[in-house]
Design a protein around this ligand. Structure first.
Ligand code: ADP
Ligand code: MG
Length: 348
């Protein structure tokens, strides 16, 4: 937080609960046709007419999902919205509203929450979603943010995890592993900083991967592209935990097997060089790193001509019958069974 040296941070107690809610939310107007009533009543009122409604929630806990020593609050607010919108897009839906609930300890002054809400407001503006409600409460330690994202989808247009068929192609957007490597760099710099606070890190060579960790984007553009191309994936999921566990989710729910080709996994050159520097295998990072917020989907081969020339897409695998199992086909052409190895909370 960049603070004016002459200005004392404002304790939250000075505003009271209602003053705080008012202060943080007065900036939100509503733009979506489906928003009948936004912030300010006991509940928001939404009207999706004949469309289906899509709803998804995520909870972010300080010390578990984010570390404020290298995550600026504005980025945290932005990311909290993005990770939820990503789930809506993974249904092939249009995101329309979010609600934002926060629990904060007295350690946070008003200015900190203003920064958090700057990021929330920026993401809602860029992704064109209305902030229509939330809840505000105190916490005994740290910051907790829960976002619920709401979206709409024409009936029968939703894409679930369970529709993959043998002979479909497995496709991923963008590139993988960057957010994880960005986190490795940030954690290393945090340790260096602890030893010598005067040591200003030179992070220029890591710009892309750090941005992927601190300011991820959700693939709204891909959902628009599917419409323009007049195509619908057979199954889809967003990559939050890592390619490996997302492939296993699709395969399990669709009752299919899969070959994933190691040499087809899209990696940014900065990921490759940082993996070399950290002496980590880049395939492992792409498989288990997570937080990429790219879309992973399957298409029938019939749709392949529609995507083949588009640099947003990489065909990385082939869907098989369930009894074939789920394998990584390595560069040396050996087959290794894929394991889910999410790096999150439970095995820490
Ligand atoms: P209630 O007592 O009915 O829970 P609140 O006083 O908590 O109502 O909230 C008043 C209004 O402000 C409601 O529309 C609520 O959805 C909204 N709101 C409360 N906290 C937040 C927040 N952190 N972000 C966005 N909207 C909020
Ligand atoms: Mg409330």
């Amino acid at each position: 937080m960049i603070e004016d040296k002459n200005q004392q941070p404002t304790p939250l107690s000075e505003l009271g609960e209602f003053g705080l809610i008012d202060h943080l939310t007065k900036q939100f107007d509503t733009k979506q046709e489906s928003t009948v009533k936004g912030i300010g009543d006991d509940a928001a009122v939404l009207n999706f007419e004949n469309k289906n409604t899509v709803v998804s929630t995520d909870l972010l806990i300080e010390g578990v999902h984010f570390d404020l020593s290298y995550m600026p609050l504005k980025h945290l607010g932005y990311k909290a919205i993005i990770v939820n919108l990503s789930d809506i897009y993974a249904m092939n839906a249009k995101a329309t509203q979010v609600t934002v609930s926060i629990a904060v300890s007295s350690r946070f002054p008003l200015e900190a929450l203003e920064e958090l809400y700057e990021g929330i407001a920026l993401a809602s503006k860029i992704y064109n979603v209305d902030v229509v409600g939330g809840d505000t409460t105190s916490s005994t330690s740290g910051l907790i943010i829960s976002v619920t994202a709401i979206g709409e989808i024409s009936q029968n247009d939703e894409v679930l995890r369970n529709g993959a068929k043998p002979n479909d192609l497995l496709v991923v957007t963008g590139d993988l592993g960057a957010a994880y490597m960005g986190l490795q760099v940030l954690e290393r710099e945090k340790e260096v900083f602890k030893v010598n606070p005067n040591n200003q890190p030179d992070l220029d060579t890591y710009t892309y991967i750090i941005e992927r960790q601190l300011k991820p984007e959700a693939r709204k553009d891909i959902i628009t592209l599917f419409k323009d191309l007049d195509m619908k994936p057979s199954a889809m999921i967003d990559i939050s935990d890592g390619l490996s566990s997302e492939i296993l989710h699709i395969c399990k729910q669709s009752g299919v097997g899969c070959d994933l080709y190691e040499n087809k996994i899209p990696l940014d050159p900065q990921v490759i060089s940082t993996c070399e520097e950290f002496n980590i295998d880049s395939t492992t990072v792409a498989l288990n790193g997570g937080e990429d917020y790219e879309l992973l989907f399957t298409i029938s081969q019939h749709d392949y001509p529609k995507i083949k020339a588009n640099p947003n897409f990489s065909v990385i695998g082939f869907i098989k019958e369930a009894q074939a199992g789920v394998h990584l086909v390595t560069r040396a052409e050996t087959q290794i069974p894929l394991k889910a190895q999410g790096w999150k909370s439970f095995n820490d």
